[in-house]
Design a protein around this ligand. Structure first.
Ligand SMILES: [Mg+2]
Length: 169
């Protein structure tokens, strides 16, 4: 059967990849700072034909550190910022769960968020990447058949674009 999954995507972790991760939770929009090279970098990825999809654990919701409304406010700001930078985000998936309150397949290293996005947006995992700053990001990617790129926390994303833009055979 012919695959309908012809799109390609870069899946991006949020905290420490998109925005500065201070080392614990980003609880409120006042603590949310997009890292300096991120907007130009995602514009380049968008122009190269990648869908941009955020895949983020937000277990602080389950732990009562902040609410889903706080996360939604941050994500509305992030969506608007990327749109303004002409790098529209296709979707943001977040898992509100945490081990302390029960098992979840969506929380990374589970791959369910990525698998949902692959199906919803007809994405070919073999053409796609996940960029993260934790091993659990790469484990989630591997579980969905997506290549992972590990970068240091709060590293400039622009310096890793060559790993995502290699000519493919
Ligand atoms: Mg992270």
């Amino acid at each position: 059967m012919m695959s309908l999954a012809t799109n390609k995507a870069v899946f991006l972790d949020r905290d420490g990849v998109i925005n500065h991760d201070p080392g614990d939770y980003t609880r409120h929009i006042s603590e949310f700072t997009i890292l300096p090279t991120v907007l130009p970098a995602v514009k380049i990825l968008h122009d190269a034909g990648y869908l941009l999809i955020i895949i983020t654990n937000q277990g602080g919701i389950a732990k009562g550190e902040y609410t889903a409304a706080d996360v939604d406010e941050i994500h509305a700001f992030l969506t608007a910022s990327c749109r303004q930078a002409e790098a529209p985000i296709t979707a943001i998936y977040y898992s509100p769960h945490h081990e302390s309150s029960g098992k979840s397949l969506s929380r990374k290293p589970g791959s369910l968020m990525i698998e949902r996005a692959l199906a919803r947006y007809k994405i070919n995992p073999e053409l796609s990447f996940m960029v993260g700053d934790k091993m659990r990001d790469l484990e989630a990617a591997a579980g969905a058949g997506v290549k992972g790129v590990l970068i240091p926390t709060n590293a400039p994303l622009s310096e890793y674009l060559h790993l995502l833009l290699l000519p493919r055979t």
